[in-house]
Design a protein around this ligand. Structure first.
Ligand code: PMP
Length: 560
């Protein structure tokens, strides 16, 4: 077993050591709850696989196929051991937690849920563990019952006991929420569900990377997770299910590999577990690479990894707590190094985008947990999530940057006025292009966008309404249009995020004073390219910008 040395450990991740941010420093990656970086052994595994033993699994009677199959099936055994499943027949390959959850809803859900039945879903779930159940409930005429949280932010076991009854068919809860970072009392939930004959589905997408998982001791019927959250590749996920349940569930997708016999004269019969649920050629290279990720982690003493992660998390938590403007979304320290908070006087997107311009990646938004945001009465929050390759020095730099951003409060807003009145009323797009051409790097361009935000004439409260709202933009943003007799359009816009206001100035500079035809044909991507912003902000890729452009185009159509 290798001794855990944080420096050496981090060196195994080329993205973190071989790439520089716009600050000419190694990238600081604090978005590990979204996905983790990959160690070199995982990256190399793809090359080795395709160089040396690429063949389809299970099918052919040749040596290459046997080699590929052995490697592929060994990883199933590794996963079985990793989560302490009884049998490798209980390990089904999927493309991620999302597909695993959909698989359960579409097979077992279809089979056991009927009109009037109830499905309990915790309010803190990721959309992946909400929407499949909503679709199922709608189709079957079943009811979703929402399980609330206690004061500490974990699912409320007392509320659960009142919610569950003999109509409850399925109970869905994450082991650890991707926003709250605390361990839910899943053993108690599973036990109670079992006592009332309900199926328990545990979303382990976050927990798998941070806490030892023993599905037999948890006692759950299903446990799902994704390889990419634990240094493994994207496109590989696991559905653990109790064998007895998997045996009687109908298949999910149909095709090759999941059948035993196919005939036009007799009923098609299905393969044994786990293959019954694995139609088509699986992600062989991904599964093999996932095996490398498991081996990579297992080289180290789990206690040493956990000790370091805990120390790092406590250090970061304490440093964040010392900033008075920070409000954590739940009380008390989380169980994993994942911190969600808002900052007084600053929009989440402004903080996250400024940190990004300083080479620090954190997340802002609803984190695919919109019901939780609603429950907490916030529109979104910032999330910092650490992994074992992160360091105390990175946390120090992050905290110093965050403090500087917070100290720079020039957010006093006078609605109906331009914040910076000495600037010209409107900027021509070609002037902006020249202005941006003189700026070097994303950091300077981002700063310019933040400065430009001051030139936006803020909309009155009455104009910030449902009609003017730009849907699809994660921060609140509004836009209204007027058209003169010559068919020339003028747009006014606003947002609660400074960075979006800056982008609105840029977008409006392109569209204001143009006719409907000119607007419809304007090459917005080309414009962003000439501003040197396309790498960070492509209007056809970036949801927020796309939503702004689409709103402009829709208003042009409707005003025409
Ligand atoms: N559940 C939770 C708690 C998650 O954090 C995520 C990923 N953010 C998912 C489900 C979905 O995982 P994937 O996108 O890998 O399918």
């Amino acid at each position: 077993m290798k001794n855990f040395d944080p420096n050496y450990f981090c060196q195994q991740f080329p993205l973190l050591t071989e790439n520089l941010s716009s600050q000419d420093k190694p990238i600081i990656y604090f978005d590990n709850a979204a996905t983790t970086q990959k160690p070199i052994c995982v990256i190399d595994s793809y090359k080795t696989y395709y160089h040396n033993f690429n063949a389809n699994v299970h099918r052919a009677s040749h040596a290459l196929s046997a080699k590929a199959t052995t490697a592929f099936e060994k990883v199933r055994e590794d996963v079985k051991r990793f989560i302490h499943a009884k049998s490798s027949k209980e390990i089904i390959w999927t493309k991620g937690s999302t597909e695993s959850l959909n698989l359960i809803a579409c097979t077992l859900g279809e089979q056991i849920v009927n009109r009037g039945d109830e499905i309990i879903v915790a309010v803190s779930e990721h959309h992946a563990n909400i929407v499949p159940w909503q679709l199922l409930a709608k189709k079957k005429g079943a009811v979703i019952k929402v399980l609330t949280l206690d004061d500490n932010g974990v699912v409320d076991i007392n509320a659960f006991e009142k919610l569950i009854n003999t109509k409850t068919k399925i109970v869905c809860c994450s082991h650890i929420s991707n926003v709250i970072g605390k361990i839910n009392p899943i053993k108690a939930i599973v036990e109670k569900a079992k006592a009332l004959g309900a199926i328990s589905v545990i979303d382990g997408a976050q927990a798998i990377a941070h806490v030892p998982v023993n599905v037999q001791s948890i006692g759950c019927d299903f446990y799902v997770f994704s390889a990419h959250k634990m240094f493994g590749p994207t496109g590989v996920g696991v559905l653990y299910g109790k064998q007895a349940l998997l045996e009687v569930m109908p298949p999910y997708q149909a095709g090759g590999e999941m059948i035993k016999t196919v005939s036009f004269n007799q009923e098609t019969t299905f393969n044994t577990l786990p293959f019954k649920f694995e139609a088509g050629t699986p992600n062989i290279a991904g599964v093999v690479a996932f095996g490398q990720a498991i081996n990579f982690t297992e080289q180290y003493d789990v206690n040493q990894l956990q000790h370091y992660e805990k120390k790092l998390g406590q250090y970061c938590y304490q440093a964040l707590r010392n900033i008075p403007q920070i409000h954590f979304i739940v009380q008390h320290a989380p169980d994993i190094p994942l911190f969600s908070f808002t900052v007084d006087g600053h929009h989440n997107h402004d903080i996250a985008s400024t940190l990004d311009s300083l080479g620090i990646a954190i997340r802002s938004g609803h984190h695919c947990a919109m019901p939780l945001m609603e429950y907490l009465n916030i529109s979104g929050c910032l999330r910092v999530s650490l992994a074992t390759y992160n360091s105390i020095e990175e946390v120090d730099y992050f905290i110093a940057c965050l403090q500087k951003i917070i100290a720079n409060t020039d957010n006093q807003v006078v609605y109906g006025q331009q914040e910076n009145t000495d600037k010209e009323q409107s900027l021509a797009s070609d002037k902006l292009v020249t202005q941006f051409a003189n700026l070097d790097g994303w950091h300077n361009r981002h700063r310019e966008i933040m400065l430009l935000s001051k030139q936006l004439t803020r909309l009155d409260k009455a104009a910030r309404n449902d009609d003017s709202l730009i849907r699809g933009c994660e921060s609140l943003a509004w836009l209204q249009a007027s058209c003169d007799k010559q068919g020339i359009y003028t747009f006014e816009a606003d947002s609660d995020a400074k960075v979006i206001r800056g982008l609105l100035v840029i977008v409006l500079a392109a569209f204001n004073g143009k006719t409907a035809q000119e607007i419809q044909h304007f090459d917005i991507d080309g414009y962003f390219e000439s501003l040197g912003l396309i790498r960070q902000l492509s209007p056809s890729r970036s949801n927020g910008l796309l939503a702004i452009v689409e709103k402009i185009k829709s208003l042009v159509v409707s005003v025409e």
